[in-house]
Design a protein around this ligand. Structure first.
Ligand code: MG
Length: 447
């Protein structure tokens, strides 16, 4: 079978920085970078072309970027917005091919293998891709680059070479395109293989292509064989969309500040667990096992888990078990909490479909989750929330107040300043419960 695969790789240009510009047109034409870290001023996680001209690079400290490019703009990351823009981008892309395989927030492959038979009878691939790129720029506000070739690997290399723009590697031109390119460009090649190849005299694909395939196979196994085929432009690989069943769901959250108040941490946990369990229910799943890991300010960890007799889908049951794990773990701890990780696994199907035998709990929860999810999608950010989520939002306001939670002042000193005593900062944790009760009462009253 010699069906010539045609695979398009699409990749957002400096995606996070481009998102910031799409969100705020005033930034257009400026050097822009997005800062990572907990307060958005740690290291540069994305920089646009204008900023890169000044030498601003991903991974560089933000203050260094500012020194190189004093007129540049530092943006704090808005991940929810990036996710939304990414979705809009993929929504445009999926109109152009029956098979779309997203591989990251701003990257995906489209199968164009049979496209010549359907679409570009009167249109060249170049014009077709030009139209896709123009639409994404116009409708979503994001610039994207693309590469078209006979395998997803080669298409990705084509995109990298094209940035910003589009390159098509026509059938038969693969070897020529690769000839002078470094084998380093191949994703997942690793330092060791690179060194071993260079010892054999191959630093470019052109040089690798001239090595005996038998030798490459002996040295690197199946990977060596694939490399030989690839270097000779013979690697032909269909695009496969693998739909794997979910086996686990988890979240890893670094708190905005190291949190000494364990009750506040527990509220975070409830809120995150509620989100995860809601996601599971929407995928018609429930969990039998779960784990909770707490990482402290000094990066030490403690963790625990629970296995239910039967798979569970109710927040009340799951949160009660989480609370028990949490109290068990934190009983003799005193350090502030930096990060929490929650995971659910051992997943089972949850039938939320209406039954003939009257309404089941699962069915009612399914309807509720669907409705809440639809509302939240419709109105952007979270409009419908559980008591824990609402309490969390109220709490976030206090996080924003640097006086109350200054990260640079040891918590004990802070307590002394605020309350004038040297008491255990956790002694006032009962306040939190009162506040939580008040908040949920208010929300009952309001709705
Ligand atoms: Mg990208």
């Amino acid at each position: 079978m010699s069906l010539n695969n045609r695979i398009l790789h699409v990749d957002g240009d400096s995606f996070f920085a481009s998102c910031e510009i799409a969100l705020d047109p005033k930034l257009h034409g400026l050097a822009v970078w997005v800062g990572g870290g907990r307060r958005g001023d740690g290291i540069v996680i994305a920089a646009n072309r204008a900023a890169k001209k000044f030498g601003v690079k991903t991974g560089m400290a933000c203050f260094e970027a500012k020194r190189l490019c004093p007129k540049g703009v530092l943006c704090r990351p808005h991940y929810d917005e990036y996710r939304r823009l990414s979705q809009e981008m993929f929504r445009v892309l999926e109109e152009y091919s029956p098979t779309l395989v997203p591989i990251s927030i701003d990257e995906g492959f489209l199968d164009f293998t049979t496209m010549d038979r359907h679409v570009w009878r009167d249109k060249s691939p170049e014009n077709y891709v030009k139209e896709i790129r123009a639409r994404i720029l116009r409708e979503v506000g994001l610039p994207v680059s693309a590469g078209l070739a006979n395998s997803s690997r080669l298409a990705k290399l084509a995109t990298d070479a094209a940035k910003p723009g589009f390159i098509e590697i026509k059938p038969g031109e693969e070897k020529e395109f690769l000839k002078d390119r470094s084998v380093r460009e191949l994703s997942g090649i690793g330092k060791n293989r690179q060194r071993a190849l260079s010892a054999l005299g191959a630093t470019t694909f052109g040089e690798a292509a001239t090595l005996p395939s038998i030798m490459l196979k002996q040295k690197f196994g199946i990977w060596g064989q694939q490399l030989w085929l690839f270097s000779n432009g013979l690697w032909n690989e269909p695009l496969l969309l693998e739909v794997k069943d979910r086996t686990t769901i988890s979240s890893n959250t670094t708190l905005p500040y190291d949190e000494p108040d364990y009750e506040a941490v527990l509220t975070f946990i409830f809120s995150e667990a509620t989100r995860l369990v809601g996601q599971l229910r929407r995928e018609q799943l429930q969990a039998r096992e779960m784990g909770l890991t707490i990482r402290f300010t000094d990066f030490t960890e403690t963790s625990g888990g629970h296995r239910f007799r039967e798979a569970q889908f109710l927040n009340s049951t799951i949160n009660a078990a989480l609370e028990a794990i949490f109290r068990g773990l934190m009983g003799d701890q005193f350090k502030s909490v930096r990060q929490i990780r929650i995971a659910f696994w051992n997943l089972r199907r949850l039938d939320t479909q209406p039954t003939l035998w009257g309404r089941t709990d699962a069915e009612r929860w399914g309807a509720l989750d669907d409705a809440a999810h639809r509302l939240n999608t419709q109105f952007g950010r979270i409009s419908v929330m559980t008591g824990a989520q609402l309490a969390l939002r109220e709490m976030e306001d206090s996080f924003k107040n640097p006086k109350a939670k200054c990260p640079f002042v040891p918590q004990r000193e802070m307590v002394r300043k605020l309350w004038g005593t040297d008491a255990d900062p956790l002694a006032h944790k009962g306040d939190w419960e009162k506040r939580l009760a008040k908040v949920s009462k208010q929300s009952q009253f309001n709705h």
